[in-house]
Design a protein around this ligand. Structure first.
Ligand code: ADP
Ligand code: MG
Length: 644
């Protein structure tokens, strides 16, 4: 340095710069131009020649600052002049007037005489900056748009940023880190039904590299407990290292409530539909019942008429009596079917007896004869083939088996609108007694076959109830049997019922008359006059002494006055004008512990099993005299000493 303090790199009077200076300028990684105190260029490096406006034909010191910097306009010139006045270094970023690329122009003063102006192309850096700014705006847009609370978490668990929803979630203010978030939320895992530990929260799992999708949690929030679906994913660098995590909570409390409400509404509609279907099914059932009852009454009427006219022939009388009994059985089975469907109760298991399925099948075919004839006269003829085996016997309730067969025969006739052949076959196969009903009708598709036993499944539209096969199934199950369908669409169907067979071909048992019995004192309680009188006659016919009353009060009076000659047996109806027969049963039992009690009811034994146990036996109407006699004869020893 010279004593004047002026750098000796440039000779006084702005002559040529020294070689050192030129070397230094060339070493700069920027376009550089050096101005002297008079504002003229004194040196420029190679990069500068391509960047500033330099007139190569004129000497450098004759080129003024304003011209040299002209490509960068006033800001660059201002910066250079400010530097020349001794101000601190100035930088401005402006587009290069020729290339349009962003350039950082910097002016630095050296002492009082020199100003160095450098220009660096920052076009790429600027593009990158703009891209980042744009990405940041997009990120903000996304955070604002996402319908949930969004948080960005750093590797140490610090919450670096959060959207407005996340910021507003907690009454205590936004949590600073994952632990604080966990403490405020007190999350409860709704799937595994337990509080969620800190290490298991979605944020921690994401920081451990996992992705969490829609974990259902209950959390504590400003407005109380809320249900959220939590999402979390790790944020990684290029080599897959976790740098942080993104968390999203979506509050689903409201939508859950909506879904719940909607499904409740749907369920209600569904129930309504089911109810309607059932009602219409019950209507159809009633129509079918009317038909069946009329069919049952028909032979009774006819037999009653014939009885009046042929009463002199004992054989004829017995024949009519048998026919009346059978017809009444059918009517009873029908009534019992309705009762069960209305109340949906299982049939009671009592009253089973040994039955010959061939006899039953025969009876059912007789019974359906009118139906077959009508069908044959209307459309094609339906021929009947009976193929009955001898030893096909089982134990069961004859009325029910008849009912099942009736349903099968009806279906078979329905399936043959143009006529065909109906074959009813009975057989003893191994330990089974079998009945098969076959038709040559329309057959069933696989889908119909699969669903045929379902209650209410019908392909007959309003003409079907869909209860027939369902009932067959129930009856078969109650008899510990099976029902199978084999069917070929277009060719016909065979439905086979199998029951455990009874091996002993027991003595023919058409109408088993129990052994004669010792006479007893019996109190009958029945409000229907005919029923009461017939019952009295049946019992008196066997030599019993019978008192018959029509009300609970009547019964109480008789029982109260019976100290002298106690009754052996109380036989009571259930529905009485002044109370329930069951109340009478309870009272009588308490007052007369040794009195035997039998109940006769027109209802299915719907009373709880408990009530039923209070009576020694429960019989259904229509009353089968043989059944009643059997009960009276086989009961435990009687109360009155004379019969003990
Ligand atoms: P419903 O007779 O009232 O329709 P079912 O329960 O008796 O009700 O029968 C259910 C369905 O099974 C019938 O609608 C019919 O589609 C089919 N089905 C039953 N029996 C036969 C048969 N013998 N041949 C063809 N299809 C039958
Ligand atoms: Mg049917």
């Amino acid at each position: 340095m010279a004593a004047s303090g002026r750098p000796d790199l440039v000779p006084p009077g702005a002559g040529r710069p020294t070689a050192t200076l030129e070397g230094l300028l060339e070493a700069l990684p920027a376009s550089a131009v050096l101005f002297g105190a008079d504002g003229h260029a004194v040196a420029v490096n190679r990069l500068g020649r391509g960047c500033f406006v330099i007139d190569e034909r004129a000497p450098l010191p004759s080129q003024p600052m304003a011209v040299v910097l002209q490509l960068f306009g006033t800001p660059a010139l201002d910066a250079a002049q400010a530097a020349a006045r001794g101000a601190s270094p100035e930088t401005c970023t402006i587009p290069n007037g020729r290339t349009g690329r962003m350039t950082e122009v910097r002016a630095v003063a050296f002492g009082k005489d020199l100003v160095l102006v450098t220009a660096v192309d920052v076009g790429d850096r600027d593009a990158e900056r703009q891209r980042l700014a744009r990405a940041e705006r997009e990120r903000r847009g996304l955070l604002a748009l996402i319908p949930g609370a969004v948080r960005l978490v750093g590797l140490a668990g610090h919450i670096d940023s959060a959207n407005d929803e996340a910021m507003a979630e907690h009454a205590e203010g936004p949590p600073a880190d994952v632990r604080a978030l966990w403490e405020r939320d007190a999350p409860y895992d709704l799937v595994h039904h337990r509080p969620l530990g800190l290490l298991d929260v979605p944020a921690m799992r994401a920081l451990a590299g996992q992705i969490v999708r829609g974990q259902r949690l209950e959390v504590r929030r400003r407005s109380g407990r809320r249900v959220v679906e939590a999402y979390a994913a790790p944020v990684t660098n290029d080599s897959g290292q976790v740098l942080g995590a993104v968390l999203i909570d979506v509050d689903v409390t409201e939508s859950e409530r909506l879904v719940e409400e909607r499904s409740r509404a749907l369920l209600a509609t569904h129930e309504e539909q089911v109810r309607e279907r059932r009602l219409s099914a019950v209507g159809q059932l009633a129509a079918g019942v009317m038909h069946d009852v009329n069919n049952a009454l028909n032979p009774i009427m006819a037999a009653a008429y014939l009885l009046r006219h042929h009463a002199e022939s004992p054989a004829a009388v017995r024949d009519y009596a048998d026919r009346i009994r059978k017809a009444a059985e059918i009517g009873a089975a029908t009534a019992s079917r309705v009762g069960r469907f209305i109340r949906q109760e299982p049939v009671h298991a009592g009253g089973d007896e040994e039955v010959d399925v061939s006899v039953l099948a025969d009876e059912v075919l007789d019974l359906t004869e009118p139906m077959r004839l009508r069908r044959s006269s209307e459309t094609g003829e339906v021929r009947i083939v009976r193929s009955f085996a001898e030893a096909a016997r089982m134990r069961g309730i004859p009325g029910e088996i008849r009912e099942a067969l009736l349903n099968l025969v009806q279906n078979a006739i329905d399936a043959m609108p143009d006529g065909g052949t109906l074959t009813v076959r009975t057989a003893r196969e191994g330990t089974d007694a079998c009945i098969a009903v076959r038709d040559t009708g329309v057959g069933m598709s696989a889908e119909v076959r699969d669903r045929a036993f379902e209650p209410f499944f019908t392909t007959k539209g309003s003409k079907g109830s869909g209860l027939g096969l369902a009932e067959v199934y129930g009856i078969v199950r109650r008899h510990r049997g099976t029902a199978t369908i084999s069917s070929v669409p277009g060719h016909g169907t065979e439905i086979t019922l199998r029951f455990p067979a009874v091996s002993s071909p027991a003595a023919v048992q058409v109408a088993p008359e129990p052994a004669p019995q010792a006479p007893r004192r019996i109190l009958v309680v029945e409000d229907h006059e005919d029923g009461r009188e017939f019952l009295r006659r049946i019992l008196e016919g066997d030599g019993h002494t019978v008192d018959a009353v029509g009300s609970c009060q009547g019964a109480r009076d008789r029982l109260g006055a019976s100290a002298e000659a106690p009754y052996d047996l109380l036989l009571t109806d259930v529905g009485l004008p002044d109370g329930s027969g069951w109340d009478l049963v309870r009272e009588a039992k308490a007052a007369h512990p040794r009195l035997r009690i039998g109940v006769i009811t027109g209802w299915e034994p719907m009373a709880g099993a408990e009530k039923v146990r209070e009576a020694e036996f429960v019989l259904r109407k229509p009353l089968r005299a043989a059944e009643l006699k059997a009960h009276i004869a086989t009961g435990p020893s009687l109360a009155s000493p004379s019969h003990a």
